[in-house]
Design a protein. Sequence first.
Lengths: 307, 276
Amino acid sequence: MKIRLGKDMKQSQESNSSAMLSSLADGTQESAGDSNTIARLFHQQMLRYQGGRLYPERIPVHTMERVLDLCCNTGEWIFDLARHHAQLHICGIDGCEEVLQLARARRNMYSLRQIELRQANPMQPLPIPDEYVDFVHIRRGLEVTIYPQMWPGMIKESVRVLRPGGWLVLVELELCEISGPACMALREVCLQTSARLGRTMDESGMTEGVAHRLYGMLLQARLDEVNYDLHIIDLGFMGGEADHTFLGQLVRHAYLIKPLVVQLGLLAATEFDEIVVQANCELQAPDLCGWGMIVSLYGRKSQNSQP
Amino acid sequence: MESSNRIAHIGVLEHVLHHHLTHAFQGLLPPAVNVEKLKRVLDTHCRIGAWAIDLALAHPEVYVTGLDSNAQLIELARQNAEAAHSSRVRFYEDIASKQLRFSEDTFDLVHTFLPFPPPLPSKEWSPFLLQCKTYLKREGYINLVSLSARLSSSTAHQRLLMLIEQIQHGPGYPIAHRVETASPGVHFCRLLRAANFEDITYLIRPVNFGGWDNPSGRACCQLFLNDMKRRKHLFLEYDLVSSKEFDVLVAQFQRDLASSNFCATGALISAIAIKR
C-alpha cells in the first residue's frame, strides 16, 4: 500500500489533509532496493493467490499483439507476462519516475526489447492512439486514483485506447478480517483515515469499497462480457509469507499516515504506537487467522464500438 | 395459510443458500476430514437439514443427527428428509444444545455451520466446544464453519452489515479497545486451541453473491435481507438506527439487489480439528 503521488496529482488535491498525506509520502520514500523487494513480494503473493494466473482465463493473450499495463510500478507483472508471451509488445505506464527507473534497469539488463516504459499520469489522457492495444491491465489502481470519482475517467481512457474486441482487466484487493485485534484496529484506522479524506467508496468505512463498485463501472462503460474472478488471500498461519507481505504492508501504511491519524483525532500517538507493537506480535501468533479478497474484474470492448 | 407459505419460501431460499455455499466450498466437507472414518455425525445448527440430508445421501454408511433451536425449521428438516427418502437422518429441536443429551464419545464428526449473525455470544463458545468435545469419539473431528459476507457494491448493504457488527460489539465500542472482529470464523482456530483440540487447520473459500449471471448468489442475499428484516427489533433495541432509517436501508438494499450492477462477495471459513 505504498502511496505514490505524481506532481500533477498533487496539484489536484484540494484539502489540507490530502496535501499532508502527499508530503508524508514524499518524506518517507522507501529506498530503491526496498521498493523492488516489496513490489516483487507483493507480485509473487498476488500471483500465488490467483492460482499462478497473470490474467483471467477468459483473456486470449496468445492471440494479442499489444498490451498496456497502467500503474505498472516496478513492472513485475510486465516482466512475468513478457516471459510467457514473447510475441507481445508491452507498454508500462506509471506516474512515478523512480519506480520506472528500476523497471528500465531490469529491462535493459535482460535486453527485453518488447517492453516499453513511459512516465505519464494515469489520470490524464494517455499518450497512446485510439484503438491501439488489445489488452489494458490495471492492478491496484486504487493507489493512484486519489479520489473515487477519478475511476470512471481512467476506465473511459482505457476503453479509448482498446481495439474493438480488446479486454480491460482491473485487479483490486481488500483485506477483510484478521483475528488479531491490533491488526484489525490498524486496518480500521487506515480505512477511517482514507474515508475522512474521501478516498474510499464505502461510506460505512468497513472497506475501501472500490473493488466491488468497479463491476458496475465496467457495465456502465458499455463493455461486453463483464465478469469477475475471486481469490482468497490467506492471512493466517497457513498462509506462509502472505501474512507478513500483506499485513506488513498494512503496518507500513499505518506508520505512513500516523500523523494524519493523530491529527484527525482517530487515535492518540502513544495509543497508535502500542497498537503497532501489538500488531507485530500478533503476526507471530500460532493461531493467527484472517483473509482478504482479490477481485479480478474484466470486460471486453464491443466489436462494433465507434472511436 | 400465509404462515405456511412463508415457511415454504424460507425452505426454498435455504436450499438455494445450501447449494450455493456447497458449490463455493467445493463439497460438503473439507479435504482434511477422512470421510471413510465417519459413521455418526452431529450437525449442531442444522436449520432445514439440507447439509445433513446431503451428507447422508452422499455417504450410505453415515448416520446424521441434526439439531436446531427453531421448531419450524426442524419441522421443515423432517419433511425434507422424508421427501429425500433418507432414513439415516434424525432431527431434534434443541435449545442451545442443552436439552438433548448424548452419551460421551458418540460422534465421529461434529459439524457447526453458522451462516447468519449473531453467532454464539463469546462467553458461550467455550462451554459449547467442551460439550462438542464430550460428544466426540477420540480421533473424531470437529468442523466449525462460518460465512463472512463483508464486501458489497451496495452502500445500504454495507451499512446494514456494519450495523450487525455494532449489534455484536455493543454500540459505541471504542476502536482501540476492540477485542473481537465481527465474524467468528477468524477466531475458530484460537477457540479450538483453547478447548484443547489438536491438529487444527482451516480452509477459506470465496463466495460470490453478485454479478448479472448469478441468480443463486443473489437469492442468498435475499435470504440475508429477509433475516435482517426479521431481526429489526434488535437494531431498534440497541438504538443503532431509527425504524424509518432501517426501512429506508432495507428498501435501498432491495433495489440494489435487483440492479445488474450489484456485486457482493464473502468468504466461507472452515476450521477443522481432532479430539485426541
